[in-house]
Ligand binder design. Structure first.
Ligand SMILES: Cc1cc2nc3c(=O)[nH]c(=O)nc-3n(C[C@H](O)[C@H](O)[C@H](O)COP(=O)(O)OP(=O)(O)OC[C@H]3O[C@@H](n4cnc5c(N)ncnc54)[C@H](O)[C@@H]3O)c2cc1C
Length: 376
């Protein structure tokens, strides 16, 4: 089928690539403009659990069930909560029975990329802004280079979207939480103590205005976050980011097995400031433009919904575009539904972020795990 619209997607993350895949599989010509120079420019980050009704549904719409099953780690769905003395407070009684398998971001991106037509993803294209011509079509600008014109531009360019300012005056706000990421390679063989402590899934160690979350990724890689409620300049001024064990000073008195995680980690630490758009973020429809994923509804990671919401946005937008010949009506239908759909997840993530590192965060984390993971 020749689709009447010429569509550009800005951003080749999980949202943008899912949209490109579903559209192109139905014969719609679409381009993805991605600022990274190639798929291996940087590691894509941690493990993600894909939910049946959103992330997994989107991959079905993309015709990628089999590829998904090859990368899904059902065996890594465990959850543990410990206090800072190393006492185990909670362990998921039946993790393998869940249907929220973990996938590595790099592998997820690769199965999506492998499914796209040749030349669909344009690498090394960092879009600065978009402008509208007299014919109402949009041109994308990359410095003094131009791409287009397009009938529809979809901003799938994440937290600091260059498309969002054309639709909304809102910018993400700092949540007050800073994550300092550390990484432990080849844990089963080289750091068995750390591997056992974390187990098959996610370990949270909570206590005294600090917290640590460590997740098992593919290939026995552990990725952890030391979490603080601090101003944005605190980490760079306080922590030696080239020496992971320097984090130990921030966790004095914590159990030695927990502190040993920092000794096992590769030297370099990464600072991630957690931002979010306001709960209920929305915009007035503007023909020829829309947003999906973090560009539309950036949330703190505490709900574990961000990537799932991004992929469901992609699936729903694609479905509307395929079913409704009038592109503007299709986009409005997507937007009106999406604004309502993401509200509970955005609310939950905002509450999760607000409760982190409060004086009773151990009790709150325990209550959350019992509510969500204990069989009823
Ligand atoms: C520490 C942390 C942990 C998280 N953990 C989870 C989790 O466990 N579960 C979960 O569901 N979510 C999690 N998230 C959230 C999740 O990462 C995002 O919601 C998800 O990646 C959003 O996908 P996206 O495609 O909308 O945007 P992104 O993944 O941000 O992709 C955007 C893409 O656009 C490209 N881009 C940006 N600007 C431009 C430009 N100007 N021109 C061209 N290309 C551009 C970027 O290079 C990138 O490839 C976490 C986030 C963080 C920070």
């Amino acid at each position: 089928m020749t689709h009447p619209l010429r569509i550009a997607i800005v951003g080749g993350g999980p949202g943008g690539l899912t949209l490109a895949r579903i559209l192109s599989r139905h014969g719609v010509a679409v381009c993805v403009f991605e600022r990274e120079s190639g798929p291996l420019e940087r590691p894509q980050g941690g493990t993600l659990d894909l939910h049946v009704e959103s992330g997994q549904f989107a991959l079905q719409q993309a015709g990628l069930d089999d590829a998904f099953k090859r990368i899904a780690r059902y065996e890594d769905q465990g959850s543990r909560l410990m206090d800072h003395h190393g006492q185990l407070l909670f362990e998921d009684p039946n993790p393998e029975a869940k249907d929220r398998p973990e996938v590595d971001r790099t592998q997820l991106r690769q199965i999506l990329l492998d499914s796209l037509p040749e030349g669909c993803a344009k690498w090394g294209v960092s879009i600065n802004h978009a402008s509208q011509g007299d014919d109402q079509r949009w041109t994308l600008h990359q410095g003094d280079r131009h791409h287009g014109p397009f009938d529809l531009v979809v901003g799938a360019d994440g937290a600091w979207s260059k498309i969002r300012p054309l639709l909304s005056p809102y910018q993400p706000q700092y949540s007050g939480l800073t994550f300092i990421e550390f990484n432990i390679d080849d844990a089963d063989l080289r750091h068995p103590l750390a591997a056992r402590l974390v187990g098959r899934g996610t370990l949270q160690v909570a206590g005294e205005a600090r917290s640590i979350i460590v997740q098992r990724n593919a290939n026995a890689h552990l990725r952890g976050y030391a979490i603080f409620r601090v101003p944005t300049d605190w980490a760079a001024n306080t922590i030696d980011l080239s020496h992971a064990p320097s984090l130990k000073i921030q966790f004095q008195g914590w159990h030695p097995d927990v502190l040993a995680l920092f000794d096992a980690a590769s030297p370099t630490l990464l600072v991630r400031h957690i931002h979010a758009l306001p709960v209920g973020h929305r915009w007035a429809h503007r023909p020829g433009l829309t947003l999906i994923g973090d560009a539309a509804h950036l949330m703190s990671p505490f709900g574990g919904e961000g990537v799932n919401a991004a992929m469901l946005d992609a699936a729903e937008l694609a479905q509307h575009l395929l079913e409704t010949p009038d592109g503007s009506k299709a986009v409005q239908a997507y937007e009106n539904h999406m604004f309502e759909r993401v509200m509970p997840a955005a609310q939950g993530s905002a509450e999760g972020a607000a409760l982190q590192l409060s004086h009773d965060s151990v009790a709150l984390s325990l209550a959350h795990l019992h509510q969500h993971l204990t069989p009823q």
